[in-house]
Design a protein around this ligand. Sequence first.
Ligand code: NAP
Ligand code: F7E
Length: 341
Amino acid sequence: MSKKALIFGITGQDGSYLAEFLIKKKYQVHGVKRRTSTPNTSRIDHIFDSVNFKNKYLVLHHGDLSDVGSLNRIINDVNPDEIYNLAAQSHVKISFQIPEYTSDVNALGTLRLLEIIRHYKKKKIKFYQASSSEMFGKSKPPQNEKTLFQPRSVYAISKVFAYHSVIHYRDAYGLYACNGILFNHESPRRGVNFVTKKIVQGLVRIKQGKQKMLILGNLYSRRDWGHANDYVESMWKILQQKKANDFVIATKTSNSVKDFINICAKKLNIKLIWKNKGLKEIAINKLTNKTIIKVDQKYFRETEVDNLIGDFSKARRLLKWKPKFSFDKLIDDMINNELND
Ligand code: NAP
Ligand code: F7E
C-alpha cells in the first residue's frame, strides 16, 4: 500500500513542487484547494494534464484553513499518513493590511489542524508546519534553530504562534509534529508580487519592449534565497526522521535586492546606471538612456527584516540535506522560464 500525503496549500509554489516530489516517491497525494472565482490550479494543472485528469496519485478537495468543518471532513475522508501544512496568507507586506485574516489562517488554521490530529483515532498522523525565517526578524545573522525570534510583521507573529503550537502539541500530546524553518525560496512558479519574480518578470518584459518601468521598495534588504524545488525535498526528509524535530533550511548565503537586480540585468544584457539615493534612487538603461527602475514608498514595509542568512548545519548533519541550486542557477532558471513564457 502506498503512503497517503495530504497537502494544504497544494495550489501554491511549494505545494506544486511537493506534489510532484511525493508522486515520484509513489505517494497517493491529496491536496486542499480553496474556492476561488477564477481557477487557482495553474501550478498543478500539468500533473492532471499528463494523465488526462485521471491521475490516481492526485486527488483534490475543497477546503479552507478558516473552516474547521472542512478540515475535519477532509482529514477523516483521506485518513493521511502525513499532513503538510503549506497553506497561508504568505505575503508579509499584505499582512500589514489584513492582520486579522493573516492570523486566523496562519496561526489559528495551524492550531485547528493540530487539534484534529490530536483527537484523531484511526492512526498517528505526522505533521509538517511551514515555518519561516521571517520569525527571526531583528535577530542578527547567521540564524539557526537556537536564534531568538524577534518578528517584524503580523505574518511573522502568526508563524511564531504556529511554530510554538507545533512544539506544544508535540510535548503535551506526543504528536509527531515538526517545523521546517525555511528561508526565502523562489522558482519560476513564485507568485508575481514577491520581489524575485517581480524583478525577473519586469526586466524580461522591459527587454522585450512590453513594459516601461519596474517600481520597487527597499533595495537594500538582504535575503538568503534558495530554490523551492530543493526545499520541498527537505520537508519530506523532516517527516522521515525517527523523532520529530525542527530544522532550519537555507543556503547560508545572502544577497541584497539590488544584487538580485544587477545579476538579472547582466544576464539579460541590460546595462544599468544607478543614480541618486533613498526614494529618488533610479536605474537608467545605458543603451536607451531611459529610467527603467524607480522606488516608491508604497512598496516599503512599516518595519523591515534587514538581513537573513540561514545556518542549516543541523539539516546537513541529520537530514543529509543541502541545496543543489546556487543563487546563480536559481536566477538562470527563473529568467529562462520567463523568456520562454
Ligand atoms: P504561496 O505560493 O503563497 O501558497 C500558499 C498556499 O496557501 C496557496 O495554495 C493558497 O491558495 C493557500 N491558502 C491561502 N490561504 C488559505 C486558506 N485560508 N485556506 C487554505 N489554503 C489557503 O506560498 P509558498 O511560497 O508556496 O509557501 C508555502 C508555505 O511556506 C506558506 O505557509 C508560507 O508562508 C511558507 N513559507 C514560504 C517561504 C518562501 O520563501 N516561499 C519561506 C518560508 C515559509 P491559493 O492558491 O488559492 O491562493
Ligand atoms: O520581499 C523587498 C522587501 O515579498 C523580499 C515570503 O515567501 O519569504 C517571503 O517573504 C524583500 C523584502 O519576500 C519590493 O521589502 C523591495 O525586504 O519577496 P518578498 P519576504 O517578505 O522576504 C519569507 C521567508 C516568507 O516566509 C514569506 O512567506 O524584498 N522588496 N521591493 C520588495 N518586496 C516585494 N514583495 N515587492 C517589492 O516591490
